[in-house]
Design a protein around this ligand. Structure first.
Ligand code: MN3
Length: 213
């Protein structure tokens, strides 16, 4: 098996009451697991089965949609589990806090803009905090399982009809929020803004700072 499902670094119920145990169990064990299984099937016997998932994302334009969808799903969820933790939340400190203030004015302003990206993403997708090539922070969002690492055109340009573009801004994700309904529907139903607000209580800023560094 080229790719494996990473173990969840905490118990299914560890993020309650913000994210419920049943959602975590299904999200990790069924949804993420399916991306891994389908990614392995899509790369079986091909050179890309020996690449890292980051390398695959950075060259995603070379691969079929099954690799884009399931490879993106594997990368995105692998990041998502680590940037959350029990007894977390609060505000970042140090160099990351400075960079957030420099880019967005204040931590509250950053959260407002990130929540706007998360709630404004129509249908399924992700909101991201990314570090761009110059080291600056930016907020963006992507549809489906795309992510800002992917070497695809911005907007709709150059893509086959019916395929959404990827992030308007490219860079390395350091924080991501899954806004697919499977991430919140059991507990929040249609109330995506409530889920986005609750997310701040479980953000693992130590891990985000490590990815920023
Ligand atoms: Mn998901």
């Amino acid at each position: 098996m080229a790719f494996t499902l990473p173990a969840l670094p905490y118990a299914f119920n560890a993020l309650e009451p913000h994210i419920d145990a049943k959602t975590m169990e299904i999200h990790h064990g069924k949804h993420h697991n399916a991306y891994v299984t389908n990614l392995n099937a899509a790369v079986a016997g091909k050179p890309e089965e020996n690449l890292s998932i980051e390398e695959i994302c950075k060259n995603i334009s070379k691969y079929p949609m099954a690799v884009r969808n399931n490879g993106g799903g594997h990368y995105n969820h692998s990041l998502f589990w680590t940037i959350m933790a029990p007894n977390a939340g609060g505000a970042p400190t140090g160099a990351l806090a400075d960079a957030i203030h420099a880019a967005f004015g204040s931590f509250d302003e950053f959260k407002t803009k990130f929540n706007a990206a998360a709630t404004g993403r129509f249908g399924s997708g992700w909101a991201w905090l990314i570090k761009d090539a110059s080291g600056k922070l930016a907020i963006t969002s992507t549809a489906n399982q795309d992510n800002p690492l992917m070497d695809l055109p911005t907007g709709q340009a150059g893509l086959p009809a019916g395929q959404a573009g990827v992030a308007e801004v490219k860079g390395t994700p350091i924080l991501g929020l899954d806004v697919w309904e499977h991430a919140y529907y059991l507990n929040y139903q249609n109330r995506r803004p409530d889920y986005c607000a609750a997310f701040w209580n479980v953000v693992n800023w130590n891990e985000v700072a490590k990815r920023f560094a």
